[in-house]
Design a protein. Structure first.
Length: 343
């Protein structure tokens, strides 16, 4: 298994790993586990209004970039449709350096939704909270929320082993306190190729078999959610390649924020701004709402236009059909002298 295999690791501090594992043992139901886990992760949320200092520990020049053209190739190979984040195109077209691109992503995607000051500082600043390394053989990972404060100041709290807009948004989601979105039904467990996962974790994280078991194999045997509803469109959807499974079934990576991602961030760090309006200004897309919650389905303006066109075509078709019917009735009158009855 190549160390370049792309999988994100949601890192938990060693002394917290056991605590999370015990929750799965003592919980008597999925609902009970979710409540315990919610309380566990609530402790990792930053104080509202906090200033979070971010720095780069090294140059990003050595890590590979995923471009919009690569995404098109991936979509074609997998036969799927991908909605690129507009920033991906902008960054690619303008050849923006990775460090500057990361700053732009954070400021234009997460900052508008949260009452936090996300401030980039020099690596010499002793108060840097989020410290980013660029190890191409280290995968993509981040500590969760305020766990960054417990890590030694000379160590990284996030690594980007490759660069693209989606992965950057995903890792900063972790840094803000978000966990992976993952839904595990009773008959739909991930069929891990344990040997392949062990090798990947050893090569990229330096983990032994037990650590890998706790952080990956056992970790996703039950659902992981940021809110009360599973959000399959979340930027935090847990993605992993098919090569790490026995049945050759992986999951795709979402490449833009979802409505619920933005609502979650604004709920955790309220800033008196409407997350739905901000979302629409970013993606030119409306979030559908229901009486109880925000729908997981998103409707774009282009979709609405297509719907209108279809309805117009149906109406025109009905008019044409009515015209043909009336013409036949007229011929009937002319031919047989029979009356026309319109009901």
């Amino acid at each position: 298994m190549s160390s370049q295999t792309r999988i994100c690791v949601e890192k938990i501090l060693p002394h917290h790993t056991k605590e999370l594992s015990n929750m799965k043992t003592v919980s008597n139901s999925e609902q009970h586990f979710q409540k315990l886990k919610a309380a566990f992760y609530a402790k990792k949320i930053w104080p509202v209004g906090a200033t979070i200092k971010i720095c780069f520990l090294e140059s990003a020049a050595k890590i590979p970039r995923t471009t919009k053209e690569m995404y098109k190739q991936i979509a074609a190979e997998q036969g799927i449709s991908l909605k690129l984040d507009p920033l991906q195109k902008y960054i690619d077209d303008n050849d923006i350096p990775i460090e500057e691109a990361i700053k732009k992503i954070v400021q234009e995607r997460w900052q508008p939704f949260v009452q936090l000051k996300l401030l980039f500082v020099d690596k010499s600043d002793p108060g840097a909270n989020i410290r980013i390394s660029f190890d191409p053989s280290g995968g993509a990972w981040s500590l969760i929320g305020t766990d960054c404060l417990a890590e030694h100041s000379d160590k990284s709290t996030m690594n980007l082993g490759w660069f693209d807009v989606a992965t950057t948004m995903h890792e900063f989601g972790h840094a803000l306190g978000m966990v992976h979105e993952h839904q595990s039904a009773f008959n739909n467990q991930i069929k891990w190729n344990v040997q392949a996962v062990d090798q990947w974790a050893k090569d990229t994280q330096g983990w032994d078999r037990q650590t890998t078991k706790e952080n990956i194999i056992d970790r996703y045997s039950r659902s992981e959610l940021n809110g009360s509803d599973y959000d399959p469109m979340s930027i935090m959807l847990y993605f992993f390649p098919a090569s790490l499974t026995l049945n050759n079934k992986g999951t795709h990576q979402n490449i833009r924020l979802s409505c619920l991602d933005c609502i979650w961030a604004n709920k955790m760090y309220p800033n008196n701004k409407d997350p739905l309006k901000i979302y629409k200004s970013i993606y030119n897309t409306n979030c559908k709402t229901t009486s109880n919650n925000y729908s997981l389905t998103e409707s774009s303006n282009s979709t609405n236009i297509v719907t209108i066109i279809i309805l117009v075509l149906i109406f025109i078709g009905c008019l044409i059909g009515l015209g043909i019917w009336l013409s036949k009735q007229k011929n009937r009158v002319l031919r047989y002298g029979l009356p026309i009855h319109l009901i």
